[in-house]
Ligand binder design. Structure first.
Ligand code: SF4
Length: 337
C-alpha cells in the first residue's frame, strides 16, 4: 500500500522525501502545495521536477480526492459527500456567513456514541478517518481558499479518534500548514473525559460540549455516554481551565419539546454552569424518523434563553442552516455501500 501524503506534516513529508532519495526540501514543497496553495494534483505542483515526482510516486500517493457529490441549500449552505476507503462515505458542510465560510468536518464514518436523536449515531461506527481524510475535506472542495473557520461537528465524535483529529488540527494551525489561528477552529464533543483533558492540555482551539439536558438520569436516556463520562465530571474538569481569554467553551443544547425545555431544566442548567465562563447555544431540533420528540416551539426557546440570560448565563439561539439538504445538526448520515 502506498504512503498517503496528505495528512502528514511538513517534517514528516521532508522525511518521506529523504527516504525516497530526494532532498527533504521537496517534502516541504509538497506541504506548501497541499496546505497553503491547496493543490491536490501532481500536475499542478510545478516546482517539483518530473524525476522527483516519479520517485515519490513509486511508494507514495497524494491521497486527495474531490467530493463524490454535493447539494446546495436555499440558504447557500453546501453539503459535500466524500468517499473514504472502499466502503464508507462521510459528509462535510460549508456554511457561508457574512464575512466567514465555515467548514463543518467529519472525523469518523458513523459514530459509536449512540445518541438517540442523531442520524449519524443511528448508523453505528464504520471506521475512523485518518488526518489525511479529514484535511482532504478542506483541500478538495471548490473555493477551499475562501474557508475561514472550521468546526469539528460533522459525523463522528472527534475525541474518539483523537490522534487523527489532533494531527489535522496541528496542520491547520501550523505555519507550515494552513497557518490558521486556533481561534478559527472549534471542536465539538459529547465529552470523552480522559481524552478531553488531553485536548485541553494539548490544543488551544475552542471547545463545544454537547450537553442537551442538565439532569443525569434524563440525559442518560438519550445519550448513553452519560454512563461512562457523566456531565458533572465534564463540568468539574472544565472548571480547572481558564476560558476567560482566547479560548472559549460553549455548551450545545438541542431543544426538544417536553424533554428538556422547561423552567426546571433552565434553572438546573444555571446551577450546573454557575461561575463557569461559557456560553450556551440553543439549537433547533430537526425531526428525524422514528423519534418521539419534536423541536421545542420558538417561543419556548426564547423563554428558555431569556431565563438563562436573566441568571447571568450567556445564551443564544443558533440559526439553523442547511435543513433542506439534510445538512443541519444531527442530520448527517453519509452513505455506505
Ligand atoms: Fe455521535 Fe455526535 Fe451523533 Fe452523538 S450527536 S451520535 S456523538 S455524531
Amino acid at each position: 500500500m502506498k504512503t498517503k501524503l496528505i495528512g502528514k506534516n511538513s517534517e514528516q513529508l521532508a522525511a518521506i522525501a529523504a527516504d525516497c532519495g530526494l532532498r527533504p526540501f521537496v517534502g516541504r514543497q509538497i506541504a506548501e502545495w497541499l496546505y497553503v496553495k491547496r493543490v491536490g494534483s501532481w500536475d499542478r505542483m510545478t516546482n517539483i521536477s518530473k524525476d522527483s515526482k516519479a520517485r515519490l510516486q513509486e511508494s507514495c500517493e497524494l491521497g486527495t480526492s474531490g467530493p463524490a457529490g454535493s447539494a446546495v441549500s436555499s440558504d447557500g449552505t453546501v453539503k459535500y459527500l466524500f468517499t473514504v476507503g472502499e466502503h464508507n462515505a462521510v459528509e462535510a458542510v460549508m456554511i457561508p456567513d457574512e464575512d466567514r465560510k465555515t467548514l463543518c468536518v467529519s472525523s469518523q464514518a458513523g459514530c459509536r456514541m449512540g445518541c438517540r436523536f442523531c442520524m449519524t449515531g443511528r448508523q453505528g461506527w464504520h471506521g475512523n478517518l485518518d488526518a489525511g481524510d479529514i484535511l482532504n475535506q478542506f483541500v478538495s472542495i471548490p473555493g477551499s481558499q475562501e474557508l475561514t473557520n472550521a468546526v469539528f461537528m460533522g459525523m463522528g465524535e472527534p475525541l474518539d479518534n483523537y490522534e487523527a483529529v489532533s494531527q489535522a488540527i496541528d496542520i491547520l494551525t501550523s505555519d507550515k500548514g494552513f497557518g490558521w489561528s486556533p481561534k478559527r477552529i472549534t471542536l465539538s464533543t459529547i465529552g470523552v473525559l480522559p481524552v478531553l483533558e488531553r485536548f485541553l492540555d494539548g490544543q488551544r482551539c475552542h471547545l463545544a460540549v454537547s450537553l442537551h439536558n442538565p439532569f443525569p438520569d434524563e440525559r442518560l436516556g438519550m445519550m448513553p455516554v452519560q454512563k461512562a463520562w457523566p456531565l458533572e465530571d465534564i463540568v468539574a474538569l472544565l472548571r480547572r481551565y481558564d476560558f476567560s481569554g482566547q479560548r472559549r467553551v460553549s455548551f450545545e443544547y438541542t431543544m426538544f419539546s417536553g424533554w428538556n425545555d422547561t423552567k426546571r431544566h433552565a434553572d438546573a442548567l444555571v446551577r450546573l454552569l454557575s461561575g463557569l465562563e461559557c456560553r450556551v447555544n440553543l439549537i433547533r431540533f430537526h425531526k428525524i424518523p422514528d423519534f418521539p420528540y419534536d423541536c421545542a416551539p420558538a417561543v419556548r426557546m426564547e423563554e428558555f434563553r431569556d431565563r438563562l440570560t436573566k441568571h447571568g448565563v450567556v445564551c443564544t439561539i443558533r440559526a439553523s442552516r442547511g435543513e433542506d439538504i439534510l445538512a443541519a445538526c444531527g442530520m448527517l448520515a453519509g452513505q455506505r455501500s
